[in-house]
Design a protein around this ligand. Structure first.
Ligand code: ADP
Length: 323
């Protein structure tokens, strides 16, 4: 393999830059040509492909977002769009592709590999940590640390005013961010999409906490909770209880931005090198994951077939810790 391309796709995540840097430098180290593709599959179809070198990725390890930019690309869902993308790669003799993104991006990579023989390797880059085949995704650690810092600040003001705060964090389909933030931020309650939310039970729990001597309380709400977002939950609680003077803080997109944590940078560096070494060893249609402390290769399809690692044990621990 003489030439390898790299792109970021889907939602951006902190640490994607560190992953691009790792891929580019690992390719350079092997004396192979490396190309950056802008705006994910959209740029691939349009031919927004540029040669890179070790210096192209200087000074980005600490930066959030992605220097290659990312996009959602409707045309890539169609075979015709993927054929155009494959033609762009053929024209430049790029045989291998590292795709940094979530499971949607992997589905695209799988199709490109199956239909056109492009050797694709996926790197998990998403703040949600909701991909099968890996214990951690690049960006998750940064996202929860940003949210926990925000919860700490909210707690200062909640404690000063004897208040209940509903803090909304990202997670349309996954409560993993909410649960980790709740545990790390010492929240009284955590509401996730995976577990049905019962408003009277929530009110009873808040009353119990108050009767136990708590004067301020924090409820972490995943944006995709079945009872609604944080504003809606606060409203429903106010309708059926004495807890009417509550406050809502939506952390939202703040969680995506900012400098990646050391954990995410190291993970991105290790995974990037592994992805390139796998490609050059002839692997394709796989993703790099981390299991415990070890890097592993898994089929791309594990990303969507093996997901659902939300462990109810976390909820139990959160309840024990919030008495
Ligand atoms: P993520 O990678 O973060 O899960 P998306 O689900 O938005 O984000 O997917 C990113 C892009 O991957 C989409 O815009 C599309 O171009 C491509 N993609 C997603 N699903 C498929 C699919 N089933 N077939 C082909 N391409 C897909």
């Amino acid at each position: 393999m003489e030439r390898i391309g790299v792109l970021t796709s889907g939602g951006d995540a902190p640490g994607m830059n560190a992953a691009i840097r790792a891929v580019v430098r690992a390719v350079v180290a092997r004396g192979v040509g490396v190309f950056g593709i802008r705006r994910g599959y959209q740029g691939l179809i349009e031919g927004a492909i540029e040669p890179m070198n070790a210096r192209s990725v200087s000074g980005i390890i600490n930066r959030g977002g992605t220097m290659l930019q990312t996009a959602r690309c409707q045309a890539f869902h169609d075979a015709e769009g993927r054929a155009r993308a494959a033609a762009q790669l053929r024209e430049l003799s790029i045989e291998g592709l590292v795709v940094i993104g979530g499971d949607g991006s992997y589905r695209g990579a799988q199709a490109l590999h199956a239909e056109h023989g492009v050797a694709c390797i996926g790197l998990p880059g998403t703040i949600d940590n909701d991909i099968g085949g890996t214990d951690y995704t690049i960006g998750f650690d940064t996202a929860i640390n940003v949210a926990v810092e925000a919860i700490d600040r909210v707690r200062d003001t909640a404690a000063s005013h004897d208040r209940i705060f509903f803090v909304e964090v990202m997670g349309r389909h996954s409560g993993y961010i909410a649960m980790m933030c709740g545990l790390a931020g010492g929240a009284e309650e955590v509401l996730t999409p995976e577990e049905p939310t019962d408003i009277p039970a929530l009110v009873a729990a808040l009353r119990r906490s108050r009767d136990n001597g708590k004067r301020s309380m924090i409820v972490v709400v995943a944006e995709g909770d079945d009872a609604g977002n944080a504003l809606q939950v606060a409203k429903r609680v106010a309708e059926v209880s004495e807890f009417t003077d509550t406050r809502v803080a939506v952390i939202g997109h703040l969680q995506r931005g900012g400098s990646p944590t050391a954990f995410d940078r190291v993970l991105a560096g290790r995974m990037g090198v592994r992805a390139v070494e796998a490609l050059l060893a002839g692997e394709a249609g796989k993703m790099v994951g981390v299991r415990g402390l070890e890097l592993v290769l898994a089929p791309l399809s594990d990303a969507w077939e093996q997901r659902g690692r939300f462990d109810p044990e976390y909820s139990r621990i959160a309840r024990v810790l919030s008495v």
